[in-house]
Ligand binder design. Sequence first.
Ligand SMILES: *Cc1c(COP(=O)(O)O)cnc(C)c1O
Length: 232
Amino acid sequence: MAASIENNYHQTMEIFTEACRQAGKSPQDVTLIAVSKFFLPADIQRVYDLGQRFFGENRAQELMEKQPVLPKDIRWHFIGRLQRNKVKYIIDKAAMIHSVDSLELAREISRQAQLKDVEMPVLIQVNLGGEETKAGFAAEELRASLAAIAGLPGLKVQGLMTIGPYMADPEATRPLFRQMRALKEAAASWDIPGVDMRYLSMGMSHDYAVAIAEGADFVRVGSAIFGNRIYE
Ligand SMILES: *Cc1c(COP(=O)(O)O)cnc(C)c1O
């Protein structure tokens, strides 16, 4: 049978459910975010119609265009690099921002959240691999950064996020996922006021099953559901 968004989604949910089961978790305890960047509202609606409610976008512009034309009970998670001057456009549209990668960005989220009278749940992005092209805090600066960010009004620090390197063999990313889990537990033990170390966001289309096995609370799955993105 030809691949369709519907088939892809069912297959993804099967793998997801089985990975949760093997990790000793209920599928309700882990959230799959369907990453819909580059895809049109009509495609998102098809996945919504299958029951999916969490969607992820990585550009402010796309979120601004899609949110108003799609069902209001969609939970939009912002997962990409966010420029400070774009925060104001998404602050009342996103349910969570996964990609807080600087104190300056956190301050702007705080400022805009207060203006709109909302409290924004955020995750702090960590760059464990030290990859130059990837954003995020190094593990060594996490503790001081968490303390600084958690003190800001209008946002709630609820965990950590990472973007792993692409490895042909998803098993190769397992050690990094395991380190993230350890870092989350360490961060929880620091007992920083205002920090609720609840969630770990890690794992994408080719490695989400491994991420779930290593303790992911959010997995961000795009191409496995929607198909390949055409970049132009
Ligand atoms: C695009 C993207 C994803 C999804 O990637 P796929 O490989 O298509 O599943 C996940 N996380 C972030 C931050 C992304 O930008």
